[in-house]
Design a protein around this ligand. Structure first.
Ligand code: FAD
Length: 406
C-alpha cells in the first residue's frame, strides 16, 4: 500500500484525491492536508457563489501565449468535456451559457464542493483540516510531512489570490523549487483619471485596449464598470493579468483605451452626431450622446471635450464634433496600478513551469513529487478557465501517479 499526501484541499487537491482513489483502488491511501477548518473554502466563492467550473471553449489557446505549450498535455487529456464527464460521475450535472461558461444545474458552488468532498469521504480519503503544512522533508526517496512518511506528494496549495498569509511559496523554496515573482490577476485596475470619480457606479459596453508603452498589448470587449478610482468588469479583469505579467518583467507606462461606441466607426459616429445637431432633435449638448452611451458617461465625455452641457448643439463646430468623437472612440485612462491580492481572482506567476515535466506534472528535481493548480505559473481569463486548469492539472497528476502504481 503506497501512501500519497495531497497538500491543499482546494479544487485541485480534492479532484486529485478522487481520481487517485478511483484509479488506485486498494493500492494506495490518500491523505489530504488542509490548513482551513474545512476543505474547498475558495470554491464556495467562485462564480459569485455559482461556481463557473469550466468553459466549453477552453483549450491551450485560451491561456497566455507563453503558457500554451505547458498546459497542452493536461488540457488535451482532460478537456472540458472530460471534466464534465468526471463531474457527472459524481452526480453533479451542469448547464452552459452562451459563452460556454459551465455552472452546476443547482447554480450553487456548494454543489460542486459537495460532489468532490463526499466522494473523497466515500472512497476513504483521510482528510485533515486545520492542518497547515509548514515543511516537507525529502529523505531516501520518501517525503516526510509533519513527521509522517509518504511515497508520493502532490502540491495543490493554490496561490495568493483571496488568501490571507499564503505559505505555499515557502514550501517551494524549502525544496529549492524555483518560483517566480507573483502579482494579483483578474483584478480591477486603478487610474487617477478624474472622469472615473464622477462615473462611480456606471456600467458601459466598451471595446477596450490595453496599451503598454504606446503599443496595443491586448484587446477585450465587454462591460466596463467604473468604481472608486478604478476600472473593473470582466474585460478589465482579463486585461489586468496581461498588465500584471508585464509589470513583473518591467515597469511600463500603461493605459486602457476605451471605445464607448464599438458598433460604429468614428466617421459614422461623427456623421450621426452632426446630423442630430443639424436637425435640432437634441438641442442641448447634454442630450447629444444619450442615444449612444449612458447619460452620465455622455456628460463626462462632453466635459472632457471642453463642451458645456447647456451649449446649443446647433453651434457645434466640425472640430468640436471631431474632438468629441475621438474621445468616444478612444478615451485613454492612464493605469496607475492594480487591486490587491485580496481583490484578485487568480495569481499571476508562481512555481516555474520549467520545474515540472508538462506531460506528467512531476517535479524535475524530485521523483514522485507533483504540482498542480494555481500554485503553478498558469493563469487563464475569467469564464471557467482557471478551474478548468485546476481540475485538468489535478487529474494529470493523479493519472501520472496511478500509472506508476500499475
Ligand atoms: C472570488 C473568486 C472567484 C473565482 N471564480 C472562479 C470561477 O468562477 N471560475 C474559475 O475557473 N475560477 C474562479 N476563480 C479562480 C479559482 O478559484 C482558482 O483558480 C482555483 O480555486 C485554484 O484551485 P487550487 O486547488 O489550485 O487552489 P485553491 O482552490 O486555492 O486550493 C488550495 C488549498 O490549499 C490550502 N493550503 C494552502 N497552503 C496550505 C498549507 N501550507 N497547508 C495546508 N493547506 C494549505 C488552501 O487553504 C486551499 O484550500 C475564482 C477565484 C476567486 C478568488
Amino acid at each position: 500500500m503506497k501512501r500519497i499526501a495531497i497538500l491543499g484541499g482546494g479544487a485541485a487537491g480534492l479532484c486529485c484525491a478522487v481520481d487517485l482513489l478511483r484509479q488506485t483502488a486498494g493500492r494506495a491511501s490518500v491523505t489530504i492536508f488542509e490548513q482551513n477548518s474545512r476543505v474547498g473554502k475558495k470554491l464556495l466563492a467562485t462564480g459569485n457563489g455559482r461556481c463557473n467550473l469550466t468553459n466549453l471553449g477552453a483549450s491551450p489557446v485560451s491561456y497566455p501565449p507563453a503558457q500554451r505549450a505547458f498546459v497542452t498535455p493536461a488540457l488535451t487529456r482532460f478537456s472540458p468535456e472530460k471534466i464534465l464527464d468526471f463531474f457527472a460521475s459524481l452526480s453533479l450535472f451542469t448547464h452552459a451559457d452562451g459563452e460556454g461558461r459551465v455552472y452546476p444545474l443547482s447554480n450553487q458552488a456548494a454543489g460542486v464542493l459537495d460532489a468532490l468532498r463526499l466522494e473523497c469521504t466515500r472512497l476513504g480519503a483521510d482528510v485533515r483540516c486545520d492542518t497547515a503544512v509548514s515543511g516537507i522533508r525529502p529523505k531516501n526517496g520518501r517525503f516526510f510531512v509533519g513527521g509522517e512518511p509518504f511515497d508520493f506528494v502532490v502540491l495543490a496549495l493554490g496561490g495568493k489570490a483571496a488568501v490571507k498569509g499564503f505559505q505555499g511559496y515557502d514550501l517551494l523554496s524549502q525544496l529549492s523549487i524555483p518560483c517566480g515573482k507573483t502579482a494579483p490577476g483578474l483584478v480591477k485596475l486603478t487610474t487617477a483619471d478624474p472622469l472615473v470619480k464622477s462615473l462611480k457606479g456606471i456600467r458601459a459596453a466598451a471595446s477596450l485596449r490595453l496599451i503598454l508603452d504606446g503599443r496595443e498589448a491586448m484587446k477585450e470587449t465587454g462591460e466596463l464598470q467604473f468604481t472608486d478610482g478604478a476600472l473593473s468588469g470582466i474585460a478589465v479583469m482579463n486585461l489586468s493579468s496581461c498588465y500584471a505579467r508585464q509589470m513583473l518583467q518591467k515597469k511600463t507606462e500603461a493605459q486602457i483605451e476605451a471605445d464607448f461606441v464599438p458598433s460604429m466607426t468614428k466617421d459614422a459616429l461623427r456623421r450621426a452626431l452632426s446630423a442630430i445637431a443639424k436637425t435640432g432633435q437634441r438641442q442641448l449638448c447634454e442630450d447629444l450622446l444619450s442615444g449612444f452611451v449612458p447619460k452620465r458617461l455622455g456628460m463626462a465625455l462632453l466635459k472632457a471635450a471642453g463642451l458645456r452641457a447647456d451649449a446649443p448643439t446647433a453651434g457645434l463646430s466640425g472640430a468640436q464634433l471631431e474632438t468629441l468623437c475621438a474621445l468616444c472612440k478612444a478615451y485613454r485612462f492612464p493605469v496607475t496600478g492594480a487591486g490587491s491580492f485580496a481583490d484578485a481572482q487568480v495569481t499571476v506567476g508562481g512555481a516555474a513551469r520549467t520545474a515540472v515535466n508538462a506531460s506528467t506534472l512531476e517535479s524535475k528535481q524530485y521523483q514522485n513529487l507533483y504540482l498542480c493548480g494555481e500554485l503553478l505559473d498558469v493563469d487563464g481569463p475569467c469564464g471557467g478557465f482557471n478551474l478548468q486548469w485546476a481540475f485538468a492539472s489535478a487529474r494529470l497528476c493523479a493519472s501520472s501517479i496511478a500509472e506508476k502504481l500499475v
